[in-house]
Write a protein that binds this ligand. Structure first.
Ligand code: HEC
Length: 138
């Protein structure tokens, strides 16, 4: 009897854990697929279909370490554009990225796509995080 109760409790816990996981998985997939469309129309011209960049002019989006270090600044870069000397994948860049005109939710989607493509595996970057980061752009 005791074991039955324990077994049922374990099943309930397992079901709860599973449903939570799949909910966040669904949220992640929504961001990722919308981000993929945005990437194609708004970023791919410059950064390339594989995030490979363009010679010495446009940096690649495949440098996970760079993206991770600068994670909380990426939303500002995409919103306002960027004109700074950069070191990406060990190479120096000093170009100019124009402001995107994207809404915060779109920035979150495209950043989730970029940070989980081209060999990156940096997880969901949701709109709440983006909104917080956009308040701190300089
Ligand atoms: C007109 C070309 C152009 C477009 C369009 C563009 N970028 Fe960029 N991007 C650049 C350039 C050039 C730099 C480097 C700027 C610098 O050196 O300061 C850059 C830098 C970056 C960086 C930081 C460096 C790196 O390689 O990780 C990120 C992240 C980024 N872009 C993401 C995006 C995303 C996401 C989009 C689409 C919403 C986008 N860019 C659209 C040209 C572009």
């Amino acid at each position: 009897m005791k074991y039955k109760v324990i077994a049922i409790l374990l099943l309930v816990v397992a079901a709860l854990v599973y449903s939570c996981q799949s909910e966040s998985e669904i949220e992640y997939m929504r961001y990722y697929t919308s981000g993929q469309e945005l990437y194609k129309t708004r970023c791919q011209n410059c950064h390339g279909a594989q995030g490979e960049g363009l010679a010495a002019l446009i940096p690649p989006l495949s440098d996970s370490a760079y993206l991770k270090t600068n994670r909380t600044k990426l939303a500002c870069y995409v919103q306002n554009g960027l004109k700074l000397p950069l070191l990406v994948n060990g190479k120096a860049y000093n170009g100019q990225m124009p402001a995107s005109g994207l809404a915060p939710i779109e920035i979150a989607q495209v950043l989730t796509y970029v940070q989980n493509s081209f060999g990156n595996k940096l997880g969901l970057h949701n709109v709440a995080q983006v909104n917080g980061e956009l308040e701190k752009c300089n």
